[in-house]
Design a protein around this ligand. Structure first.
Ligand SMILES: CC(C)(COP(=O)(O)OP(=O)(O)OC[C@H]1O[C@@H](n2cnc3c(N)ncnc32)[C@H](O)[C@@H]1OP(=O)(O)O)[C@@H](O)C(=O)NCCC(=O)NCCS
Length: 143
């Protein structure tokens, strides 16, 4: 249910609130990713986007150029807002933003809880490994 959801760039004045959202979403029991801080430079460069309803941020994603690729450093949805299409909106933004950066692929590291989501979004698992992080890629090259 995406009615009333707005996708917009993150603002510098909400970095603390977004970091708190990440910490809450990634707390033990919700997720186990270590990256829970919002990078100020990524906000300034409009590489951090928020899904907002009525002025409240319900999800956030952050992108970083890395060589020929773009890396999705963070995709977080508030625990009480899961299953409403917010993750899909943020992932679609990330694909578009990565394309706009001229990246050949979007790279994501997932844990066991988010792996299924990224695969469902079309990203392909690159290596499974024994550790917590699973690297996936979505190719942005169309032929
Ligand atoms: C990854 C995640 C944040 C996605 O957020 P979301 O807003 O709930 O996802 P959406 O509602 O946009 O779901 C989009 C689609 O992905 C599917 N999906 C969502 N999570 C999934 C998962 N873990 N495995 C497989 N499919 C998943 C949904 O069923 C939906 O499918 P459909 O549109 O084809 O019916 C969330 O699913 C999740 O796993 N959260 C775990 C805790 C967390 O927040 N971790 C990140 C910080 S540590």
């Amino acid at each position: 249910m995406t009615v009333g959801l707005v996708l917009r760039p993150a603002r510098l004045d909400e970095i603390a609130a977004l970091s708190a959202l990440c910490a809450r979403a990634c707390a033990p029991g919700n997720g186990d990713r270590t990256k829970t801080t919002i990078d100020r430079d990524a906000v300034t460069a409009h590489r951090t986007f928020v899904v907002d309803r009525g002025g409240e941020a319900l999800g956030v994603a952050q992108l970083r150029p890395a060589g020929k690729e773009a890396v999705l450093d963070l995709l977080v949805v508030a625990p009480e807002s899961l299953g409403r299409g917010i993750g899909r909106l943020l992932y679609a933004w990330a694909l578009g933003a990565a394309r706009a950066l001229g990246a050949s692929a979007l790279r994501v590291t997932a844990d066991e809880r988010t792996l299924g989501f990224f695969e469902h979004m079309g990203a392909q698992l690159e290596r499974r490994g024994n550790g917590a992080g699973k690297v996936l890629r979505a190719s942005l090259i169309t032929s």
